[in-house]
Design a protein. Structure first.
Length: 251
């Protein structure tokens, strides 16, 4: 594996020093957890709201392997939606960052390509839901971090199957099974409620089966039981009830 120079500029703030240490700590063939540590340090170091790190796989798709500052819904959706690298280049060309940001419902987005030896390795996307933007020194740190990370992950296993497994693992880590409260849908078992939430997030039966390590038939069985407990006859109605209950717990 190639080595990377320490991040030398600008790392005067403690949170930027923490990011530099996280990047320097990446070693070995399995970089999913170290990359997650990097993603978790980036929001404070770069003055951004969220971070998505994707690696380019053998299938020429960018797979989400680490994220921070995103909602569980966002992470689960993106984990199951790899982006074709050609599509990403096209979308980001000619000021495409602004168009992509608007499509995501955020104020702004910046994508730094991770390149090593002239080869694209992945991307780091950072952005904000407010008008706050990093300064030039933070953007320089983002570009510097992208270069250092590219050198450290260029030789890791980036087969499509491996990266898909990393994405599923990330999504699974953001899949809760228990909820507090005594709302109208709390008669559901945790797994039943969780599956309805995942459907409401836009995941398919196959995606949910992969995420929860169960068969598609089992997924459908849980849904049927949930609908029976709720006294409804359409899955979409049950999904709406679960989502409304979640919103009620937050507001």
């Amino acid at each position: 594996m190639g080595s990377a120079e320490p991040l030398a500029l600008p790392v005067e703030r403690p949170e930027q020093q923490a990011l530099a240490r996280a990047v320097a700590a990446i070693r070995g063939p399995d970089v999913r957890d170290p990359l997650q540590a990097v993603a978790e340090e980036m929001p404070l170091a770069l003055s951004v709201d969220f971070v998505n790190i994707r690696l380019l796989g053998s299938d020429w798709n960018l797979h989400l392997v680490a994220a921070s500052g995103c909602t569980p819904i966002e992470i689960r959706k993106r984990a199951f939606q790899p982006i074709a690298v050609a599509r990403a280049r096209e979308a980001l060309a000619s000021g495409g960052h602004s168009k992509v940001a608007r499509s995501l419902g955020i104020e702004w987005l910046e994508v730094a390509w991770m390149r090593a030896g002239g080869e694209d390795v992945g991307t780091i996307a950072v952005g904000s839901r407010t008008k706050r933007r990093p300064g030039e020194r933070e953007f320089r740190l983002l570009r510097q971090a992208a270069t250092a990370l590219a050198e450290r992950v260029r030789d890791t296993d980036r087969r499509a199957a491996t990266l898909r497994a990393c994405s599923v693992r990330l999504a699974r880590s953001w899949t809760p099974y228990e909820w507090p409260g005594d709302g109208p849908v709390d008669r559901l078992r945790p797994r039943e409620r969780g599956i309805l939430e995942l459907y409401a997030d836009g995941l398919s039966t196959a995606d949910i089966a992969t995420l929860l390590v169960i068969s598609p038939h089992t997924v459908r069985t849980h849904v049927k039981l949930a609908m029976r407990r709720l006294g409804v006859h359409r899955r979409s109605v049950a999904e709406t009830m679960v989502r409304a209950d979640q919103i009620g717990q937050v507001l």
